[in-house]
Design a protein around this ligand. Structure first.
Ligand SMILES: [Zn+2]
Length: 278
């Protein structure tokens, strides 16, 4: 794989970092009617390979120094993932150069790369920036008050975030950093966040996991997958975000959109279409 490509949008440079890919499956669609519809869409989109999701983080080249949106999987998943560190090295940016890491949410394919196999922080000088709603859910909620799926994920969240507890910054809606604002996009997790990045031209919207499987969610946004903790809220968010992207010139940076994971959402005749930046 060659050096990751950097895209210039307005006055901002952004480099998608492909961490790897992972396979979804139709049994992650719990509702039988949804699953039947999903099976047809996947068959029409070419079969099982349409269920493979790329997994991206994004490197931002800010005037204050380099920053990341999400941090890949590290060693928390499987061998087809965890390549963020190698991709980052190829850009010439060192881990110690990273000033801020803006997390879209606290799932292992977004925070796993924060730590090594021993739980040691990989980014010695970075602050972790997290929407206060997401931080409160993962760090302040009693495990017995969490849905089982989140409770099961809690040890991983602690493993990744605890080494950063003295430099983890919780931000309110609209907060973040100069030119980067948190916008709640809830449902996948309670504080799932889209980071809206000013560029002087069209904004970049790093929307995390608004879309899991493009072949399903760009056609039937209401398709519920088990990944979403609150399916109804996640569906409402997905529809609203797709509408916003299609109606605006915003550039979407999606964790699980097809590589390079950055482009525009357009409205087709019966579906949304993701057009990657060339
Ligand atoms: Zn997630």
């Amino acid at each position: 794989m060659g050096q990751p490509r950097t895209y210039r949008i307005g006055n901002l440079s952004i480099t998608p970092l492909l961490d790897g890919d992972l396979d979804a499956s139709l049994d992650k669609v719990p509702d039988p009617d949804d699953r039947a519809a999903a099976a047809q869409l996947i068959a029409a989109a070419g079969g099982d390979k349409a269920l493979t999701m790329d997994c991206h983080a994004f490197l931002l080249h800010l005037p204050e120094g380099p920053a990341l949106i999400d941090a890949g999987t590290g060693v928390m998943m499987h061998e087809r993932l965890g390549h963020l560190h190698a991709r980052l090295a190829e850009t010439g940016v060192r881990h110690e150069d990273i000033r801020s890491i803006f997390l879209t949410h606290a799932h292992k394919d977004h925070f796993g790369g924060l730590v090594d196999a021993h739980g040691v922080a990989m980014f010695p000088n970075a602050e972790i920036v997290l929407h206060e709603v997401e931080a409160a859910f993962w760090l302040d909620t009693k495990p017995e008050d969490m849905p089982a799926r989140a409770r099961d994920a809690l040890p991983m969240a602690h493993k990744a975030l605890d080494p950063y507890r003295d430099r983890l910054r919780r931000v309110p809606e609209g907060g973040g950093a100069k030119g980067i604002a948190a916008r709640l996009a809830p449902g996948h997790t309670p504080g799932h966040t889209a980071w809206v990045i000013e560029t002087g031209a069209a904004p970049i919207v790093a929307w995390g996991d608004v879309v899991h499987v493009a072949a399903l969610h760009l056609v039937r946004p209401e398709t519920t997958m088990v990944y979403d903790l609150d399916p109804a809220t996640a569906t409402a968010t997905r529809k609203a975000m797709l509408h916003w992207m299609a109606e605006s010139r915003a550039v979407v940076a999606g964790a699980h959109l097809a590589a390079p994971g950055i482009g525009h959402i357009r409205r087709g005749t019966d579906r949304y279409v993701f057009e990657q930046l060339p």
